[in-house]
Design a protein around this ligand. Sequence first.
Ligand SMILES: Nc1ncnc2c1ncn2[C@@H]1O[C@H](COP(=O)(O)OP(=O)(O)OP(=O)(O)O)[C@@H](O)[C@H]1O
Length: 203
Amino acid sequence: MLKINNISYKYHSDHWIFDSIQLNVNPGEVVGIYGPSGVGKSTFAKVIAGYLKPDRGSIIVNGKVSPQIGRNPVQLIGQHPEKAINPHWRMKQVLAESGEYSDGFLSELGISKEWMHRFPSQLSGGELQRFCLARAIAPETSYLIADEMTTMLDAITQAQIWQTVLLLVERRQLGMLVISHELPLLKQISNRILNFEELARAI
Ligand SMILES: Nc1ncnc2c1ncn2[C@@H]1O[C@H](COP(=O)(O)OP(=O)(O)OP(=O)(O)O)[C@@H](O)[C@H]1O
């Protein structure tokens, strides 16, 4: 289980972005989180994935305090895949850096072999996002956080990507937090939906 225990976070000021958020996510569960712009959803995602350290509280993944040494079992996928990938590397090198991937897994994610020799600038946003997913869904991964993961993509690509991700989530029993402004999308894919402002009791 992913246990988010009363976490609080503030940037360099006295203003708490969120305070005492308590949330549990079970393996195989998809939890949707929505809320208006600027309330702290992305900050929350970064804290859970270990990019930012909470000022108070803790994140426990499968009984252990996270992040631990080594690869974080909680992986974040953001809105801008082009920012998450080294622009000077061919996609083959991008993948090689984070592990070994079977042809079956890559084709399941809709990654074409011919893309491997291209640079990120030679791929579309949807194609790049599939590479970010491949990197995020490693053997050690237990939880995924999708922060507006498909917001930049057209409806057909969005649907294709979600279909693949949900299959993998079910097969591997990954827990997933999906942050989105699109309530219809959340209603379609989530087991439960939470309002971030109700979750966070900002001071
Ligand atoms: N690095 C930073 N330093 C200081 N303040 C920041 C930083 N990043 C974000 N903020 C502020 O923290 C607040 C929450 O931002 P955050 O990006 O988490 O909101 P959000 O709910 O994800 O918004 P959106 O839906 O527009 O992506 C905002 O007021 C933002 O200006």
